[in-house]
Design a protein around this ligand. Structure first.
Ligand SMILES: Cc1ncc(COP(=O)(O)O)c(C=O)c1O
Length: 445
């Protein structure tokens, strides 16, 4: 089967010649980001239909680069951080603490939790233990408190990105609401925000249903003023036009908020926290063909890119396809290629069968030669942030941002290879009896 395109896919924000000029200047592999594109997706999210007000956070786990955080911050978009480390990173990028919400799977040490909450970070308790820890530190809380629940229904673009329902450990299971309220009562806590995030790349009809289930839970939580419906809004990396439409998907949810207000007299603020939607299609992974091999007349032709699973892991772990374009070659796509990376892993594959990382598939591209440039689209979310950096001791690559005025700037320098082992300590020193086993002796030559 061939999931390829009969003509070459078009680039989302740059011309072939601009990308080649940038690649010539900084080398490959290289992430090339586009400021205008981040802003466009940010504006779309900010325009989502809502009943009584909307706030948008960026789920920084998708791509935590400070340049991207700054772009969204300048648009009034807050931050959803998924670990204490991400909070530190956002603070280091200049984000104000009260613009950050922490939704962590980890029960943080009390000292760290205290410090972050006292700074102004909004805490989202995702388990009963996390809630109890907060209650011990801040009885009668004067600071905002949010609770993440698992409403009982989840949906992701695959099972590994489904984060709700009985099979998911994220959030407090819906039936434990009485215990949540009990803890809150005992420590005079005010829970002002209710949160659910049911998966990434979710079916938006399931998400709409989960939104109603979340609102049902908010009925029994009289202090809740904000309902956060998480992220997960589907963005198509092959055909961006097929992505979820905010206007269509949010209109029924707006109605649900209005019905809730009519019944309860409470006009809830809607909060959302997309990651993928805001970032995925605003970055291209640029690479060069390092080698071309084949497995005979009945086999496959392989393009070996100088980019690998170390820069983009999604095809390998999810079987997700990303659009691929051969730069500066005529538009007719004539040859079927399997596109692979440089790592010593047969799974280091950019063209798996959609949804099945175990099976190879092909893409139709013009006839290619070694040294040609290849653009892999949709590399903004869960790419640099979720790679297996440094596997095969490959240094992390550089990143460039095309700015709104059309100029471009280096935003991450390439890693020097020595940085990979610079934190390692010697096991044996030079005077050790076992000198024949010293690393020096193990070096070739
Ligand atoms: C709590 C939470 N919010 C938001 C997101 C963002 O999801 P996505 O990048 O699919 O929009 C995630 C992703 O896992 C998450 O765990």
């Amino acid at each position: 089967m061939n999931n390829g395109h009969s003509i070459q896919v078009t680039l989302p924000f740059a011309s072939d010649s601009l990308l080649i000029a940038i690649a010539d200047e900084y080398g490959t592999p290289l992430y090339v980001h586009d400021e205008n594109s981040y802003r466009r997706y940010g504006r779309e999210a900010l325009a989502a239909p809502n009943a009584f007000g909307l706030s948008v956070r960026y789920a920084m786990k998708a791509n935590s680069h400070r340049a991207i955080l700054s772009i969204f911050d300048s648009m009034g978009i807050g931050i959803d951080a998924s670990s204490g480390y991400e909070v530190r990173r956002a603070l280091a990028a200049g984000i104000a603490p009260d613009r950050i919400k922490l939704t962590s799977q980890q029960v943080l040490p009390a000292g760290i939790l205290k410090e972050l909450v006292e700074l102004g970070v909004v805490f989202n308790a995702t388990s009963l233990l996390q809630l109890r820890r907060f209650a011990e530190l801040f009885p009668g809380n004067a600071c905002p408190l949010s609770v993440r629940i698992n409403p009982g229904l989840g949906s992701g673009h695959n099972n590994r990105t489904n984060t709700a329902g009985r099979g998911a450990s994220f959030g407090i299971w819906k039936d434990y609401l009485p215990e949540v309220l009990n803890i809150a009562n005992q420590s005079s806590l005010t829970i002002s925000r209710l949160h659910s995030h049911v998966g990434s790349g979710s079916d938006w009809r399931v998400w709409q249903k989960a939104a109603r289930m979340t609102l049902d839970i908010a009925r029994d939580m009289p202090d809740v003023r904000t309902v956060n419906l998480g992220g997960g809004y589907r963005i198509d990396r092959m055909t961006p036009e097929n992505s979820m439409d905010f206007q269509t998907a949010f209109s029924p949810v707006k109605e649900a908020f209005e019905e809730f207000a009519a019944e309860t007299g409470r006009e809830l603020l809607l909060e959302i926290e997309p990651g993928s939607y805001l970032a995925a299609n605003s970055c291209i992974l640029l690479s060069r063909i390092n080698d071309i091999v084949d497995t005979g007349v009945d086999g496959y032709r392989f393009l070996k890119l100088d980019a690998s699973m170390t820069e983009l892991l999604r095809p390998m772990i999810y079987g997700d396809r990303h659009s691929i374009r051969l730069l500066a070659r005529k538009d007719a796509a004539t040859t079927s290629y399997v596109v692979v990376g440089m790592c010593c892993e047969s799974g280091d594959l950019f063209t798996p069968k959609q949804g099945n990382p175990e099976e190879i598939d092909t893409v139709l591209l013009p006839e290619a030669e070694t040294g040609d440039f290849v653009a892999v689209m949709g590399a903004g979310a869960y790419s640099a942030a979720m790679s297996v950096k440094n596997y095969n001791s490959r240094p992390a690559c550089a990143e460039v941002m095309i700015l709104s005025d059309g100029s471009h700037r280096l935003i991450t320098r390439a890693q020097d290879v020595e940085e990979i082992w610079s934190r390692e300590l010697q096991l044996w020193n030079q005077t050790d009896n076992c000198s024949h086993r010293t690393p020096d002796k193990l070096m070739p030559g």
